[in-house]
Design a protein around this ligand. Structure first.
Ligand code: SAM
Length: 326
């Protein structure tokens, strides 16, 4: 078991498999983003070795993210080997869905259980504006492929003022009237060189909630006071799906945080919104044994920050979101 000094049991690892992405979402990375040379990123055997060590330490849930995890070469084999690692109970993925039409089925067969698919609006023009070049129809094709493959599906939308904060949030919530999906609205968080844009465009849970209720009627709390992962859940009357809010900015959930993150360049990131990281890649390449890596990881987790400092204007500047993975 990996405990931090506040007594939190950290057992959920989110692994960024690459900093590259096939979109350039305005809230995630600058348009002229430069990516790291591949040699600086974890290789397959390094990822799998760390998964084994984290699983030995009591981590049981693993989420693959990026950049865009589906652009990583050998993704199906990586999922298969990860899912087969003793102690790994669940492998999930956060993806923009663009490549799911050909990858959903093989990844599900390899052991992937769930995909959280990012779709910020159903409007093709606004989708293109938000992602800088994406086609929303490609995401729909991916969602349908994920469904056909039997994957659990959640949809994620980051809400950005003047981009998708009005009818877009309503259209997404309306999906839950017909589909058993969870549609989650994510408050935009500030990172690095694009933090001014992000801070100016935050739309809070309260405002999104109000916009949805004005159009579709009351949102009824589901398990009030309890979070589903990081989301507080609601339901429109008689809806098979759920509406969730991930509100790290206005309603932080740091007390219940059970997560650690591994960046594509092999750093253990202990809080999404704090710069503190522990290098695992170089010790590994310098010949550290499993026991030595385990000790570095345990020590890092012990010092996991309590939570973010957004309310004191502390913003992480060393990476943008696409380099961490969410
Ligand atoms: N490419 C994949 C995707 O689109 O889902 C995975 C990586 S992406 C960094 C992971 C999640 O972070 C996505 O749901 C994305 O919308 C979200 N995200 C990106 N930038 C964000 C920001 N500034 N604030 C909040 N969420 C953000």
């Amino acid at each position: 078991m990996a405990l931090d000094r506040f007594g939190r049991n950290i057992n959920y690892l989110r692994i960024s498999l690459t900093d590259r992405c096939n979109l350039r979402c305005v809230y995630c990375m600058p348009e002229d983003m430069t990516f790291r040379p591949r040699a600086e990123l974890m290789q397959d055997d390094e990822v799998l070795r760390l998964v084994r060590i984290f699983a030995d330490l009591g981590f049981h849930k693993f989420r693959l993210t990026g950049g865009e995890p589906t652009v990583r070469a050998n993704i199906v084999d990586l999922v298969r080997e990860m899912a087969a690692t003793p102690g790994v109970a669940k492998v999930a993925m956060t993806t923009n869905g663009l490549l799911l039409d050909r990858l959903a089925q093989p990844m599900a067969a390899a052991g992937l259980k769930r995909v959280n698919i990012s779709i910020d609006t159903l409007d093709p023009d606004k989708f293109k504006k938000l992602t800088r070049w994406g086609e929303v129809e490609d995401v729909w094709r991916g969602i349908r492929a994920a469904e056909a493959a039997g994957l659990e599906i959640k949809l994620n939308a980051v809400v950005v003022r003047n981009y998708n904060d009005r009818e877009d949030v309503v259209d997404l919530a309306r999906l839950t009237l017909y589909q058993p999906w969870q549609v989650r609205y994510i408050e935009m968080m500030p990172f690095g060189e694009i933090s001014d844009f992000q801070l100016a465009g935050v739309v809070t849970q309260a405002e999104i909630h109000q916009t949805i209720e004005a159009a579709l009627g009351p949102l009824l709390p589901v398990n009030p006071g309890e979070l589903d992962g990081e989301a507080s859940l609601y339901q429109l009357a008689n809806a098979p799906g759920r509406v969730g809010f991930i509100s790290s900015v206005s309603q932080p959930f740091c007390a219940s945080c059970n997560r650690a993150r591994l960046t594509a360049d092999g750093r253990l990131r202990l809080c999404l919104l704090r710069e503190k990281e522990v290098d695992l890649l170089h010790p590994m390449r310098d010949g550290a044994t499993d026991a030595e890596l385990l000790a570095i990881i345990k020590e890092g987790i012990w010092w996991k920050p309590w939570g973010h400092g957004l309310s004191q204007d502390v913003i992480p500047l060393n990476r943008v979101m696409s380099e961490i993975g969410g």
